[in-house]
Design a protein around this ligand. Structure first.
Ligand code: RUB
Length: 320
């Protein structure tokens, strides 16, 4: 839920600075901000309303490039604005779509938790990376179902999202080991299952998630430990069906090395990609609210659950 006093600009800034973060939360917050905007946007004609909403959507879409949940969510609420209905009807319909999206997103996380918990056995040790609502939903649901589990949670350099994860696990009284990212390989043999979230899933089942996910999946694969990805259907990237790549956000160097230190090292360039790509070969199962699928079935989610028509693909290509 966003602060009702937050303007569209403040929301965009909050996403950019990661005060609002995590693919699902970004999607819901953007939709809520658009809904607030739609309620008060001055517009005399449907066209003015549509144009004003498109400008607002573009502002939000420009905040962070990787989580495909953002464009998928924006598209879900913006479709329907093409109709030449009276402005008040467009506002009301927008509000309905926004509320439906937020409710279905919350419901999806809950369903994923139920499905994901079934993959966790009594006594399992689970490793997770970053701070994913969907991945945590699986872990928490298994714990609440009475399964005795332990978790290894990584620190998540450079932004330290692991702290959010261990707080949540601690609140649930789930025994947790907190490790630096580079220790993941050292503990993977003590782990039965890796569960992470996703910012994007491509048509071939590759998973884009927090930097450091791919090496953990690689180590798990080598150790024959299953890797499960918890991802709502709106994390699947439709444009990857026609060859588009998911852009990997590169964040400010100062997140890794303070500017004053960097200033003393003129030959050093800091690189700070926020996400990496885990190939489908290292993913055993993707759990969505529509069910659990092997990564090779990712195309089916794009076809059956995101509802892109050929005309929409064509329009995207005409614009690019
Ligand atoms: C967050 C991250 C999360 C996914 C899934 O990155 O990589 O694993 O977004 O999260 P950042 P969720 O902190 O840079 O936004 O399941 O909550 O959508």
């Amino acid at each position: 839920m966003i602060d009702a006093d937050m303007t569209l600009d403040e929301t965009a800034e909050g996403i950019r600075t990661m005060e609002i973060r995590g693919a699902g939360r970004i999607a819901r917050t953007a939709v809520e901000a658009l809904d607030e905007h739609a309620a008060t946007l001055p517009a005399a004609t449907p066209r003015e309303f549509r144009d004003g909403m498109q400008r607002a959507a573009d502002l939000l879409l420009a905040t962070r490039p990787t989580a495909v949940s953002l464009p998928n969510a924006v598209r879900a609420v913006m479709r329907g604005l093409e109709a030449d209905h009276p402005v008040d009807d467009l506002r009301a319909a927008f509000h309905g779509r926004a509320r439906a999206f937020v409710a279905s997103s919350a419901g999806a996380v809950e369903r994923i938790g139920e499905f994901g918990a079934r993959q966790i056995r009594d006594g399992d040790v689970v490793m997770t990376h970053c701070n994913s609502e969907a991945a945590l939903a699986c872990i928490v649901a298994a714990h609440r179902a009475g399964k005795r589990i332990e978790v290894f949670a990584t620190e998540v350099r450079p932004r330290g999202q692991g702290l959010l994860t261990i707080r949540r696990l601690n609140d649930e009284a789930i025994p947790t080991h907190y490790i630096v990212d580079s220790a993941a390989r050292s503990f993977v043999n003590e782990v039965d299952l890796v569960i992470v979230g996703a910012d994007a899933v491509t048509v071939n089942g590759a998973v884009v998630n927090k930097i450091g996910t791919a090496p953990i999946a690689l180590a798990a694969h080598e150790a024959r430990t299953n890797v499960i990805v918890a991802a709502e259907t709106y994390k699947f990237a439709p444009l990857t069906t026609v060859g588009a790549r998911v852009p990997i956000e590169e964040r400010p160097p100062a997140e890794v090395l303070p500017d004053e230190v960097a200033a003393t090292l003129p030959h050093v360039r800091v690189r700070n990609p926020a996400f990496d790509v885990t190939p489908p070969e290292y993913v055993d199962l993707i759990i969505t609210e529509a069910g659990a699928i092997p990564p090779t079935m990712a195309w089916m989610i794009i076809r059956d659950h995101l509802g892109w028509s050929i005309d929409e693909f064509r329009r995207v290509f005409e614009r690019s």
